[in-house]
Design a protein around this ligand. Sequence first.
Ligand SMILES: C[S@@+](CC[C@H](N)C(=O)[O-])C[C@H]1O[C@@H](n2cnc3c(N)ncnc32)[C@H](O)[C@@H]1O
Length: 170
Amino acid sequence: MHEAMRTLSRLEKTLFRLQAQHACMDWLFEQIRNRPGVVAELGLGHGRTFDHLKRHLPEREIYVFDFANDAYADCQPDPDFLILGDIAETFPAALARFAGRVALANSDIGSFDRERNVASAALASRLLPEAMAPGGFIMSDLPLTLPGFITLPLPPGAREGRYYLYQRPL
Ligand SMILES: C[S@@+](CC[C@H](N)C(=O)[O-])C[C@H]1O[C@@H](n2cnc3c(N)ncnc32)[C@H](O)[C@@H]1O
């Protein structure tokens, strides 16, 4: 079958998502190098993306959200910055700690459940704008609706449609 005619397998979706995450993060580490601000990780999961953020941004405060802590032992966030519960409730409650100061947010709360993804994308779209610093970047596994934000092309190494990049204007 011609490549363009078939849909992606789950293996490919996962592979391309991880590739895109890695490429976006590496590009964003450069973009925020000289910008102050904290980091927000929505969706700790097993801690893979958190671990990458922590290794590359060791001096930054990284606020981490999830329902529960299911991260590998060597990918544990600082307990003072780990906020457990439904993001719909925990994020607004914690906002005073970082409102307008997030230089980089990774929203990684999608799943293979299409309906849940619609709700998760709406949730991230509603919550993130107030948190973002001027010029701050959002990378997301789901397409977000962010009026006033700039939609950026993905960097080399990331396939279009596998991750999404946005920036709050300066
Ligand atoms: C794809 S996984 C995250 C993977 C993780 N970033 C990693 O690299 O290991 C998505 C995570 O988002 C979390 N999540 C989704 N919706 C949430 C919500 N409303 N509140 C809290 N956590 C949520 C899930 O519990 C799950 O752990």
